[in-house]
Write a protein that binds this ligand. Sequence first.
Ligand code: DX5
Ligand code: ZN
Length: 218
Amino acid sequence: MKIELAPSILSMDFGQLGDGVRELASAGADWIHLDVMDGVFVPPITFGAQMARDLKRRAPGARFEAHLMTEAPDHQFDAFVAAGCERITFQAEATSHAHRLAQSLRDKGVMAGVAINPGTPAEAVEPLLDVVNLVLVMTVNPGWGGQKFIETALDKVRRLRSLAPQLEIQVDGGIDPTTLPLALQAGANVFVAGSYLLTKPTLTDGLEDLRRACVCAG
Ligand code: DX5
Ligand code: ZN
């Protein structure tokens, strides 16, 4: 599986997001990870599809994905597709019809992802493995950046990788050069990092650190 970095903008200065995504794109980010929060599924509110549209205009060559931490995620699908997101990931816990929602994303011509919280077992998404492109195993409880990596979540990564060798498995939360190799060895291949990038002089430096961590762990 190709190893991909999907930096999150959640911890960045929201007044400077245009410059931030341009830098991430220039630094070779495989995806720009947009954390969409509605204040109901998780307490914080971040932004909607208009932000995705406007950021895509500032980095048109970059691939954008939306991580919908929202209730009724399908209410957002058309707007984020129109905004230019090529992958949309919804939370399994936010719907009773995950299989139908995943299928509807595929029918709209975008990649479908399903995310599971730390308290949700991998078994919850096993019936979806034939319809999703990606499973996002949350390695923090959703809603905030800068939290501590939940290592027990890696058991789910190992289980999913054993069931689906070709599945895109993404981890999100507490990813840095120390935790990334653990997740890589467990079988993840797509890595979301937010706050770590802001501990370095530039976002580019942070991405380069994570890229090196992928190589060292390889
Ligand atoms: C949390 C978001 C994550 C978060 C990761 O709800 O889904 O993408 O931004 O942030 P860090 O890398 O700071 O843990
Ligand atoms: Zn996320």
